[in-house]
Design a protein around this ligand. Structure first.
Ligand code: SF4
Length: 431
């Protein structure tokens, strides 16, 4: 049933309720129908005694069976249902092959610009002064445009973390913006205004800024610096070859740890650069149901673990991020199976750290996900507005995840630092 039909159906049962109340009920009916795969008539039936209050109470109870009694009223987020203002994601498999490549004049002779000409012989190449508006209207078409530019301002910063969360003393360099993978939960679909892939050609300037930097250490032995906030650190590495500049730099600077964060198996550059003990290559890992059904275009878990073994053999240390953990029926068995697969495959003494974080998202991102991935199951959980304005599972459900995963990970990988990511300090203190 389309959203307008759903609204008409609810209106036919409660013709006197105002528009805002009607929208709240429509959203609840929609979310229940989607999760339970039933028709609206099985969720809300005509009744002589039906009022807005009774309908809303019954629907909230059914939509939030775990948290209905304990959550406060303003934690339920019930905006107007709007599935049509954002186009559905295009999930047709395709190689990364931009139709148009923009190159800023100041980096027209860079090695990256030269490689792009070799990689994409059929693309249209245009020079830009850096002020031209580039990119597609549709987020799904972002990989059709590549912009190679010179970064001027945003070189190095402390990880912004989430307002009010416990920080882990991380420092970031933003080597690129935009990704060719299509994870349903990715915050870029809501955050990225410019629907294109942006890659800086002046990595040397990033490294020079690191040399001048003063870093926080957090709970780790050495300060950590990482890339991969606005893109996957290695997904374009065959083109960018950033790893071949970054690894030699950190070979000379053993006082810092550098982390590549990836879901890709694009490790050729790392293998050629030779190993480095203070470079940690981290993979995002998850239950196989999530890697297969939610992280579109990404390599399967087994391939990620295989790539991890190869880089460990080459002399790098490893990191893993169980992030985002997603709760669904049987999730504990599936996550335990992933940990078992990791234990059977990986050299345990090479694992530097493992983080765990549950799915969280802004209100705006929720709307993007439900429009772009209309058959998603990741939003079927019970998400409540939380301490920082983001939507999260309730504290009780998050604690259940952490009480299960953290002891299991610490027992399986006793030498790794296992920590929580972007979590309420009160929760972090318990682990
Ligand atoms: S790999 Fe990371 S950056 Fe790329 S789509 Fe997935 S979540 Fe987003």
């Amino acid at each position: 049933m389309k959203e307008t039909e759903l609204e008409q159906y609810v209106c036919s049962l409660l013709p006197r309720v105002g528009i805002n109340k009607l929208r709240e009920l429509t959203r609840l009916v929609y979310e229940i129908c989607k999760r339970e795969r039933v028709a609206a008539s099985q969720v809300l039936q005509p009744s002589e005694n039906l009022t807005f209050e009774s309908a809303k109470k019954a629907l909230l109870q059914r939509r939030y069976p775990i948290n209905f009694k304990t959550a406060s009223k303003n934690q339920f987020y019930l905006p107007k249902l709007d599935l049509t203002s954002v186009a559905p994601a295009d999930l047709t498999p395709r190689p990364f092959s931009p139709k148009t490549v923009y190159i800023e004049q100041s980096v027209r002779h860079s090695a990256l610009a030269q490689r792009a000409r070799e990689f994409f012989p059929h693309a249209t190449f245009r020079e830009t002064d850096g002020k031209t508006q580039v990119g597609s209207h549709d987020f799904s078409q972002r990989t059709e445009t590549l912009l190679i530019h010179r970064e001027k301002y945003d070189f190095l910063k402390p990880c912004p973390c989430s307002c009010g969360s416990a920080g882990c003393g991380y420092n970031l360099i933003n080597l690129g913006f935009g990704c060719r993978f299509e994870c349903e939960y990715c915050f870029l679909q809501q955050y990225q205004n410019l629907h294109a892939v942006l890659l800086p050609a002046n990595v040397d300037e990033f490294l020079a800024k690191i040399e001048q930097g003063v870093f926080r250490k957090g709970p780790f032995a050495r300060p950590r610096i990482g890339s991969g906030e606005f893109t996957d650190s290695l997904v374009f590495d065959d083109l960018t070859q950033y790893s071949r500049q970054i690894v030699p730099f950190f070979q000379k600077h053993p006082q810092w740890d550098f982390e590549f964060k990836t879901k890709s198996v694009n490790i050729g550059g790392l293998l050629q650069a030779g190993g480095c003990e203070n470079v940690v290559v981290s993979w995002s890992v998850n239950a196989q149901k999530i890697t297969d059904q939610v992280e579109h275009f990404t390599p399967p878990l087994s391939q990620r673990l295989q790539a991890a073994c190869e880089v460990a053999k080459a002399g790098y240390r490893l990191g893993f991020h169980f992030d985002p953990v997603i709760i669904y029926d049987g999730y504990q068995n599936d996550y335990a199976r992933t940990i078992e697969e990791m234990a059977d495959t990986l050299p345990k003494d090479k694992i530097a750290w493992i983080s765990v974080g549950t799915l969280r998202f802004s209100r705006e991102l929720k709307k993007q996900i439900e429009s772009r991935f209309q058959t998603n199951f990741i939003l079927d959980g019970e998400f409540l507005l939380d301490f920082d304005g983001k939507m999260r599972y309730s504290e009780q459900q998050r604690l259940e995840v952490y009480r299960f995963l953290l002891p299991l990970l610490r027992k399986t990988f006793p030498k790794a630092v296992v920590y929580l990511c972007m979590e309420d300090p009160q929760i972090v203190r318990q682990f």
